[in-house]
Design a protein around this ligand. Structure first.
Ligand code: NCD
Length: 306
């Protein structure tokens, strides 16, 4: 039985197969409409989420399966003091697979150690967000046609943004990917990512503060929200929250085929005027998220559709 804790749990070849399956689902959704008939997905969300939870639920429903779960710690037995390990032992008796989001880093890993059903990490604190990474990889491969030979700019809260941490790890495995980290000093990408992932493999990267300085070089611009809930004080958040606002003027500096991605939710970092630009890919990214989660559920449940 397999779980998904980190995007690196799949080899590059396995990822290719998963993304191929997601593309096939996109083309022939009816082929998969009953693939999970009678199966149940539990969504255990100890931290708020709109997209990720609904996307998992939509994915399972598209496969013909059923869903149940909770969407905040307050509405689960965690409020009575139940441990994650006990909750997952219990859920293992009800469901065939589960997706867990938790504010504590490593909580889904603790669950996977005692679970008798596959556990999917749907985001653990500031650590990792592997299914957003699968979504991002599918979006990039579908819209750019490749996962190698890319210059990707990651902009915003690179310190607390778990989607960034997971995506850097995943893209670092492909040839000739260059990272451009765009952030204020206080929100720079953590040292451990630079040391363990990039320096260790001699992967080129640079760190800048001004988005305008690097815009013309980028194939992809990955915008992120300043993660208010992970700040220790509100003053710092207020000072940094509007550091970057992508608008049409800045988009003029970009390549004609650059794509703008964002894991969403957006706050102010992308002005709504950019939504009409054909290079804005963030809502298409949401759709790819459903296809890739369908592919993931099929893969972890070992359901083959011919
Ligand atoms: C991201 C997350 O939860 O980390 N959202 C998501 O899953 N689509 C990004 C964010 O909250 O800023």
């Amino acid at each position: 039985m397999r779980h998904l804790m980190s995007p690196l749990d799949f080899s590059v070849e396995e990822l290719d197969r998963l993304l191929d399956l997601a593309n096939d689902i996109e083309k022939y959704p009816e082929k998969y409409a009953h693939a999970c008939d009678g199966k149940k997905l539990a969504t255990l969300f100890y931290e708020p989420s709109t997209r990720t939870r609904l996307s998992f639920e939509a994915a399972m429903m598209n496969l013909g399966g059923n869903i149940f779960g909770f969407s905040s710690a307050a509405s689960s037995s965690a409020a009575k003091g139940e441990s994650v390990s006990d909750t997952i032992r219990m859920v293992s008796c009800y469901a065939d697979i589960c997706a867990m989001r938790h504010p504590k880093e490593g909580a889904p890993m603790v669950a996977s150690a005692v679970s008798s059903i596959p556990v999917i990490n749907a985001g653990d604190g500031g650590h990792q967000h592997p299914t957003q990474t699968l979504t991002d990889l599918l979006t990039i491969r579908s819209l750019k046609g490749r996962l190698d030979h890319l210059v990707i700019g990651l902009c915003g809260d690179l310190k607390f943004g778990r989607t960034v941490h997971s995506l850097v790890r995943a893209l670092a495995r492909y040839e000739h990917v260059t990272f451009v980290f765009i952030s204020p000093e206080e929100l720079k990408v953590p040292e451990y990512i630079k040391e363990d992932v990039l320096d260790a493999e001699n992967i080129p990267y640079k760190e800048v503060e001004r988005i305008e300085d690097v815009m013309p070089e980028l194939d992809i611009l990955y915008m992120t929200r300043v993660q208010r809930e992970r700040f220790f004080n509100e003053e710092d958040y207020i000072r940094l929250k509007d550091f970057y606002i992508l608008n049409n003027k800045k988009m003029k500096l970009a390549k004609e085929d650059m794509i703008v991605m964002h894991p969403l939710p957006r706050v102010n970092e992308i002005s709504v005027e950019v939504d009409k630009d054909p290079r804005a890919a963030y809502f298409r990214q949401v759709q790819y998220g459903v296809y890739v989660r369908m592919a993931l559920i099929l893969t972890l449940l070992e359901v083959n559709v011919c």
